[in-house]
Write a protein that binds this ligand. Structure first.
Ligand code: ADP
Ligand code: MG
Length: 393
């Protein structure tokens, strides 16, 4: 998706005020009624409507009048809110080229004031596997306050918490810099995704390092769940860095063994195919017959993960709660299992927000704002928007 940050320069304080008002309204509304936006933003002399038009022109909002006259944020609108917050915090001063398009994210280079380059990952949950997402609506419908912004924010929060914890425990991961909404800023990894590498000086060493990482993760109580050549970076010295953590699960997860085996198998398969490493060996079965086995089956998950689990607890204390973990697992799990790829039911922007608590869609009267911790906020204080903006970030 194109991210034209130049528009940022032309957006006024009022523009951001209205954009933020829409974001707040979306905590309880799939489509935020215009009247409500007007009330939250409380700009003088009907200013909200002029601003809404401008935001619409720049595709930061989407207008929907199917049920009633209202608006929702597009991903671009959400991007701008996050970018502005991070720029205000002094995390970076400019956004550069796009360096990656993941399954459910866009990655850009950003530069700090002193010219240091960092990576900014914008999470876009629900972008690719739209059908898988749709099939989960039944589940999500029972729960309050789910929407794609919320899930993308949760994915970013999780990724950031895991990145920090893994870094502290000496894992080769990017260094986490900051996180806001659906956006994670981290150090820029020098090197290339392993999938792009055709030759290695020491494929055996790289292989052992990578398998060693899976084992060490399990010893720490974690399984990556998407451990493959797309999520491993390698530099010119063949140093490995592991990326992409929103789908990680605990070794106590009910499907842990399956995820662990799959991660291991992915690595074996890739090295066998790409670098021609051979892992076949023979063992004797119960009948005394020699059978071919794959070395991957010798990695015994239950013994590796037996005394593991302390990182889970640390993560629970780090702001990424067990409930957050459960919410996102329920959502992502299907994707890991189904690996559905589907784009025929909506465009990226359309997918922005689809699931909301129907109870609250009806009207302004049932409005209840929730803060970042899902605690109710008092609607009557809508005039103090900026204070609340601070509170929410
Ligand atoms: P997704 O969750 O969508 O798969 P990833 O985190 O795997 O996203 O990132 C997608 C691509 O972006 C990676 O394959 C890599 O090329 C690039 N990338 C991601 N993070 C970094 C980083 N910190 N430094 C450099 N490149 C990165
Ligand atoms: Mg990835």
């Amino acid at each position: 998706m194109k991210l034209d940050v130049n528009i940022l320069r032309y957006l006024s304080k009022e523009d951001f005020r209205v954009l933020t008002a829409v974001e707040m309204g979306m905590r309880n509304h799939e489509i935020v009624p215009s009247e409500l936006i007007h009330r939250i933003a409380s700009l003088k002399h009907g200013g909200t409507y002029k601003v809404l038009k401008n935001l619409l022109k720049h595709k930061l909002l989407h207008h929907d009048s199917s049920k009633y006259d209202g608006f929702r944020l597009t991903y671009l609108g959400y991007d701008f809110l996050a970018i502005k917050t991070l720029v205000n915090r002094g995390v970076f001063v400019s956004v550069g080229r796009q360096i990656g398009v993941g399954k459910e994210s866009d990655i850009f280079e950003v530069a700090t004031e002193d010219g240091t380059l960092l990576a900014m990952k914008l999470h876009r949950l629900g972008r690719v596997s739209f059908r898988a997402v749709k099939s989960k609506r039944d589940y999500l419908r029972h729960r309050s306050n789910y929407n794609w912004l919320y899930l993308s924010r949760l994915a970013a929060l999780k990724e950031f918490a895991f990145m920090k914890a893994l870094e502290e425990h000496g894992f080769p991961v990017p260094s986490g810099v900051d996180c806001n909404r659906h956006c994670v800023v981290m150090s820029l990894v020098q090197g290339y995704p392993l999938v792009q590498v055709k030759q290695l000086q020491n494929p055996e060493t790289a292989f052992e390092t990578i398998i060693g990482l899976i084992v060490r993760l399990a010893e720490h109580g974690l399984i990556h769940c998407d451990f493959n050549e797309f999520n491993l970076m390698i530099d010119d010295d063949e140093k490995i860095t592991m990326i992409d953590f929103p789908q990680m699960v605990s070794v106590s997860h009910r499907n842990a063994q399956m995820y662990f085996d799959r991660d291991v198998e992915c690595v074996f398969k890739f090295f066998r195919k790409r670098f021609d490493l051979s892992f076949q060996e023979y063992t004797v079965d119960a009948d005394g017959e020699e059978v071919e086995t794959d070395e991957s089956s010798r990695l015994c998950f239950s013994s590796i993960s037996k005394d593991a689990g302390f990182l889970d607890k640390e993560l629970a204390a780090s702001g990424f709660s067990r409930k957050d973990q459960e919410d996102i697992e329920k959502f992502i799990e299907g994707d890991i299992e189904e690996n559905t790829s589907d784009t025929d039911e909506g465009t990226a922007d359309d997918v922005c927000v689809s699931v909301m608590n129907e109870r609250n869609i009806e009207g302004v009267d049932s409005l209840q704002f929730l803060d970042q911790d899902e605690r109710p906020l008092d609607c009557a204080e809508a005039g103090e928007l900026e204070d609340r903006e601070q509170h929410c970030q």
